[in-house]
Design a protein around this ligand. Sequence first.
Ligand SMILES: Cc1cc2nc3c(=O)[nH]c(=O)nc-3n(C[C@H](O)[C@H](O)[C@H](O)COP(=O)(O)OP(=O)(O)OC[C@H]3O[C@@H](n4cnc5c(N)ncnc54)[C@H](O)[C@@H]3O)c2cc1C
Length: 629
Amino acid sequence: MIERVDVLVCGGGPTGLLTGLGLARQGISVAVIEKCQKSEQAKFGRASLLYPRTMELLDQVDVWEHMAEIAHISRGYVNYNGGKRLISGTYHSIFNQLHGTYFDYVVNIRQKYSEDIFRKALEEKGGSFYEQYELLSIVQDDDAADDYALTVRVKNNATAEEHQVKCKYLVGADGKNSAVRQLSEIAFVGDDSGIKWFRMDAVVKTDMPDARVGMASIESPIYGHVLWMCQDHGRTRIGFSLPPKLADRFGTDITEAQVREAAQEAVAPFSLEFETVDWWTLYSVGQRVAETFRRKRVFLAGDACHSHSSGAGQGMNAGAQDALNLSWKLGGFLKGWYDESVLDTYEEERRPEAQRIIDQDKTLSALITGKIPEGVGRPGATSFEVLGDFIASTMRYTLGLDVHYETNLLNQKANIGLVSAGWPGPDVLLRRPGSRISLRLHQVTKNVGRFHVLVFTGNPALTGESLRSLRSYMDSEDSFTHKRPDIFNFLTIIPGDAPQSDHYLGISRFGKAFYDSDMSAACKYGFSAALGGVVVLRPDGILGYSGELGEGKELGEYFLRFVKASVESPQEPITKKVAEIESKPTGEVEFDGETTETKPVANGVNGVHADTQTSIPIREGPTETSVAA
Ligand SMILES: Cc1cc2nc3c(=O)[nH]c(=O)nc-3n(C[C@H](O)[C@H](O)[C@H](O)COP(=O)(O)OP(=O)(O)OC[C@H]3O[C@@H](n4cnc5c(N)ncnc54)[C@H](O)[C@@H]3O)c2cc1C
């Protein structure tokens, strides 16, 4: 067992594994401990439905491709009442509100398979995973000389041996009954709703039409809104509520045979036969949120700090957002890149989102159960109709496409462009020089803890002066890029097409050149050919800054609000060099036949062109991955 690690993550569920992966991709020393033996823990069940924004985030850390191989991809929906198909129904709004992303579908992949992929990726990137190690206690020494201020006692559940692990930071991703949260004396505020729901994963036969279209629902007079989702490996998730008046019928020692029978009643008038039942549960719905997501050196993420029903399938989706929001901030801070105030933005950004999910879930879970909460809905409407309206009104949020953060240290109010700071930077199509095949922006802005600076050049005949001004600032001693060259990845986005970018622009490009053949990328970000503009995407793809093309100084001021100006060597043993991490093949991403290398370019300096014909200064940075602009 490891004795010292920079970040210890407690909990090997999806949130813990993704937090570990996010840190490991930055070269941070990280270990994840998990109290159960995963092969023995419930093998299936729990999280299944994942949404587009989550897929975008998972794609950014190179795990999505593997998940897509297994997941059931749904682009269709059908709703039934009394055996008749109703075109418009509850989850219909998933598909008519699903736009603005290239992930224009939803998927069902059972949590076990997602976890397997995350765990493998974590270990491939150098993170450690310790199974059957349970966290028992935490002691924090504020005066520790070496920054390893936390001492965590863990027990090996196989041998009963106890160990001590010293770490700088601890992330509690240990689920709803989080030991980390309780030991840190953080209250979990909320209550139980008294609602109980059945969920089961099975191989079934049915005469319901379109049973494998993807998503379906059945409006049952007894069991409320019945959920039907196609999953990986030919499984189907069936979910329905336990009406209070039937509670006595099932008693406390409910059997699988009773659950099968109830499911058959719930999907009536359609037939239902079971070939196998992998998993079933009857669980109580509650809504709780932690009073804080951070206590000194302890962070909480995922179910450890927010818990709600699975009605909108938000739990793992929200856990992934937490993990990939926290990991780049904590990783960059540990590398000495950022001021500590960056860490405060994790709670500032994620806690209101957790609260929003919980507020919505209170109404949603009541409606799914067939109850209309007071003050909700329109007169005379059935609970199914009110549910449909409510789901439609919250669907963009549920899909993750409306999740955004307020203006803060990292999200600076934009004064130009169409995308507000705090919102995800839209994925757009670009072309590499000479290529006739498009690739997605997100394929070349992966999350390895660096900021992506997109320079939309506009038409150089009109923007020449601004381009020269930006170039001159970048080349000057004052440029922010000299303070921490390894933090930035520059992309120059040029309208149309040109035989050679620097010659066309009249200056040396910033990082790699990409062409925006029909100006659709610039339009999406709100930049004209006459003005161009600059956008900063945070490592998690959120837009942090949007400014005028010639305003290099303002761009620098954005970074200097939180980037530490001095180039200090990071404290031992924080990182492996990012170059080491990245030089491991990370696989290739295929998009319409285009192959995008996610490895460093030939000279080992990602984002820096090594064009011998242009006299572009390439500065030495503290690591081989420094990005000259
Ligand atoms: C029936 C059901 C259906 C669901 N469907 C969906 C869905 O479709 N989509 C969706 O997004 N979400 C869904 N969810 C929610 C989702 O399962 C959770 O939100 C998700 O699992 C949270 O992940 P996590 O990593 O935060 O916590 P968990 O998955 O609970 O993982 C925590 C881990 O920490 C370990 N642990 C606990 N204590 C310790 C300790 N002291 N030391 C070491 N390890 C410890 C646990 O063994 C566990 O493996 C569903 C939930 C349920 C119950």
